[in-house]
Design a protein around this ligand. Structure first.
Ligand SMILES: O=C(O)C1=C[C@@H](OP(=O)(O)O)[C@@H](O)[C@H](O)C1
Ligand SMILES: C=C(OP(=O)(O)O)C(=O)O
Length: 411
């Protein structure tokens, strides 16, 4: 793919059915559970996301050195898996991955009896693993407000430990639906757990054989909500989504009711049409951080002002997402700022803002920057730099936009 894509301003009705790829979060959990259960699980509809392709490849690799590229779930889930192993291994990732913290997980695993050391900066990948000795404790305390991926990683290996594990979570619990997704999938494969207030207990048990069909990706669905909201006319059906989902990002349906999109669920799909929007919304992204960029852009264009909390974890994702978005939204005359610690305000594009099209957006090595900014093509010509980033979670994104009739050309 070329270094940039040109998306021509789209004025016609958006009318199509989108075969979304499935959730990489569910896929990567299911793959680890399948491995830990002796490959007895039968998995259907695995995601085409590069993060899932990478997870699958690394789980079946005997190589001493593994590279997760830019996949956070793969780094965290494989770290827990390799820590329990009986051979020397190493894990690394992209330069950005080597700046995403992992100390909390590595120390928790070392407390359990693993032998993990840092090959570069302390607290960050790359990591070196020596064989696991024996379980030293069945109780850990870790912060609940940095990354739920540490918690999910520990939970999935917990039933394989001879003494099981209780994890005490300190402070507020961020990304909680991802922890629940992990426990629900474990339950589906026969693992009982107790999640009471700030503690999760998993006794030593065996994963059971079962089959599972991965649901479509609600995070990927969010970009279609944004497109519908900004389009002049739209009726878009997204297949493979359930109203009662394992994915916290299904919250997009409710959030977008305020930003101009109505959802009608049928058995295995949701149809999106346009409706009125609010002038102002208060949103807490603690449970759905991956929706934030979609909502920033859509609200900025639709003239919806936002007061937001729960955005702290965005700083340690594929890029510093709040900083990157503040820069890109400024190109539309919108403003994203942290007005006091923990509170962000989005001031939308002024009604009289004059756009000099095309507006060129940067992707910051972050799939969600490119995917969240592309819907601005409903308003004006847009250029998206580094468009290949979308392969991380939604490789078909540009093809699906073309299916919608959006004119996309390589620059
Ligand atoms: O467990 C998961 O599948 C994920 C958890 C979230 O990360 P944090 O728990 O680090 O917020 C989310 O942002 C990420 O895209 C996927
Ligand atoms: C943050 C994300 O992924 P990860 O942390 O798994 O790299 C994401 O997909 O938005």
């Amino acid at each position: 793919m070329s270094d940039a894509l040109f998306l021509a301003k789209h004025q016609a009705k958006l009318s199509l059915t989108v075969p979304l790829t499935s959730s990489k979060s569910e896929s990567n959990r299911a793959l680890l559970i399948q491995k830990l259960g002796g490959n007895q699980a039968s998995l259907d509809n695995l995601s085409t996301a590069r993060d899932t392709v990478t997870m699958k490849r690394l789980l079946s690799s005997d190589d001493e050195k593994l590279d997760v590229l830019d996949a956070g779930t793969v780094m965290r889930f494989m770290t827990a898996y390799l820590a329990m192993g009986s051979t020397q291994r190493q894990i690394t990732g992209t330069p950005r991955m080597c700046k995403r913290p992992i100390k909390i997980l590595a120390e928790a695993l070392n407390d359990l009896g693993a032998n993990i050391s840092y090959l570069g900066e302390e607290g960050y990948p790359p990591l070196q693993f020596e064989p696991f000795q024996s379980q030293k404790t069945n109780s850990l305390t870790i912060p609940g407000n940095i990354s739920s991926q540490y918690i999910s990683a520990l939970l999935m290996i917990a039933p394989t430990l001879p003494e099981g594990l209780t994890i005490h979570l300190e402070g507020e619990i961020y990304s909680r639906p991802y922890i629940e997704m992990t426990l629900n999938l474990m339950k589906h494969f026969g693992i009982d757990s107790q999640f009471e207030e700030q503690s999760i207990t998993v006794a030593s048990q065996n994963y059971q054989a079962n089959s599972y069909t991965i649901e479509s990706d609600w995070s990927g669905a969010s970009y279609w909500y944004s497109l519908v909201s900004m389009a002049s006319e739209a009726e878009v059906t997204l297949t493979g989504l359930r109203e009662k989902s394992n994915q916290g990002d299904s919250a997009i349906a409710q959030i977008m009711e305020g930003i101009g999109v109505k959802s009608v669920f049928t058995d295995n799909a949701v149809t999106l049409t346009k409706c009125d929007h609010k002038a102002h919304m208060v949103i807490d992204f603690k449970s759905c951080p991956d929706l934030a960029q979609t909502v920033f852009v859509c609200a900025a264009v639709k003239g919806v002002s936002l007061e937001m909390t729960g955005l702290e974890s965005l700083r340690i994702k594929e890029t510093d997402r709040t900083a990157a978005m503040a820069t890109e939204l400024a190109k539309l005359g919108a403003k994203l700022e942290e007005t006091k610690p923990g509170t962000w305000v989005l001031t939308p594009m002024p009604k009289d803002h004059v756009i000099t099209a095309p507006v060129t957006f940067d992707s910051y090595d972050d799939h969600r920057m490119a995917m969240a900014l592309a819907p601005v093509s409903m308003l004006c010509d847009v250029v998206i730099n580094e468009p290949e980033v979308v392969v991380k979670s939604y490789p078909e994104y540009w093809d699906h936009l073309k299916m919608a009739g959006i004119q996309i050309t390589e620059k």
